[in-house]
Design a protein around this ligand. Sequence first.
Ligand SMILES: Cc1cc2nc3c(=O)[nH]c(=O)nc-3n(C[C@H](O)[C@H](O)[C@H](O)COP(=O)(O)OP(=O)(O)OC[C@H]3O[C@@H](n4cnc5c(N)ncnc54)[C@H](O)[C@@H]3O)c2cc1C
Length: 429
Amino acid sequence: MEHRRIAAPVETEIYAATPIDVLIVGAGIVGLCAAYYLHQAGRQVTVIDRTGVCAGASFGNGGLVTPSHALTLAQPGVMLKALRWMFDPESPLYIQPRCDWELIKWLWRFRAACGEKQARTMIPVVLKLGRESQALFEEIIAATELGGVYHRNGFAYLYNTAEGLKEGYQKADLYRHFGIETQALGVGLFSEMSLPLHPSVVGGLYFPGDAHVVPDRFVNGLARWLIGQGVPVLGGVETQAFETRKGQITAVKTSTGLIHAQEVVMACGAWDNVALKPLGIRLPTQPAKGYSVSLPQPDGFGALPSLLCESKLAVTPMDGILRIAGSLEMAGLDLSINQRRVDAIIRNAGNYLCGLDSSEAKVWCGLRSCTPDGLPIIDRVPGYANLTVATGHSMMGVRLGPISGKRVAELISGVMDPYDRQWLALGRF
Ligand SMILES: Cc1cc2nc3c(=O)[nH]c(=O)nc-3n(C[C@H](O)[C@H](O)[C@H](O)COP(=O)(O)OP(=O)(O)OC[C@H]3O[C@@H](n4cnc5c(N)ncnc54)[C@H](O)[C@@H]3O)c2cc1C
């Protein structure tokens, strides 16, 4: 099995700094979408990344752009399941027990966000952000002419237990209540959509409005387009410290020299707290590892992505491969591959879909930055008037990449949508 973690840098050079307008730290989907909208707004942007473009979670993820999937990880019943799963080495959600005050605070807030009322309150917020972001995906793709990376083919939830299907129908009723279009489908209809189901599948739901992207192609394509527009996107540049004066960041000390900037945007994904530590800032986020296993796409497999609900795995057809993505392991900034978990992913996927051949599987793992309520943080950091953070995208960083980028640009221009500002504020924790 190949373990592929890091994409090659697009460009590496030392930036000879004259003061620049906006410095974006992190060339994942969030940092580059922010660069896109800031560039559109006429700002002079420079993007740096300690490795290169798409080196983090934006590389090998599931690529789902599914506004219909409007519940965050924090939902009723998850806390109990998480406690049970702590003792199962193959479970989809694993929180490593450890005496870490920040983790304990995170779990306390997560528990609060899992309440019935709180989860329902979040649905319209997640739905609004997801729908707007999907429209922006289509806008970016049209403007940058990134053909073949985005597909609006809908999304399926598949169940292989009667109990799971019953829960699925309840979820569908809840979603319909919020205006999300969904249809309950029998296994025959999924087969007609070229989804070759294992006989144990008992039924599912279909969400016609959803989409998926090939994430690394989208992110690398966007970086190339930005570079073509004159936006420097520099790999091999890591932030190390900050120079500050009167509540402003004046310069960022990096591995290749000092960069003076008027505005600094930190879009470092799971490394957010490491990058902000020199400023004494601690965000309420935790890194969480996930895996993807990419297999050759079996013959007769169509273009419909699916969620294998009991196993919490996403399966996305991409460029002749089938990517199975899932697992949320909260064990710090650890990027080691747990083979037992990978084997469980492949085995569990085979309980829903036929024809999977894992002999040429490519395994990847990435770290997402997770907030307790599952929504990102896009905000100014108190104490620093020109410092913005865009992080904590949890399981939705691809889906919400474009809207996050747009909101960053609006925030810096002083015109951010007040509804979203309230929901994405750091102060909500
Ligand atoms: C297995 C898996 C499946 C997923 N599936 C989906 C999905 O289907 N749909 C969805 O919407 N989301 C999904 N996600 C979540 C999504 O991948 C992330 O939320 C998203 O990619 C986060 O993007 P980002 O730009 O914030 O972070 P990243 O892509 O991690 O980028 C952060 C960048 O910052 C750089 N960096 C860090 N520190 C520094 C520093 N000090 N100096 C310079 N550079 C630095 C890193 O090198 C990195 O390139 C999945 C995640 C995983 C792990």
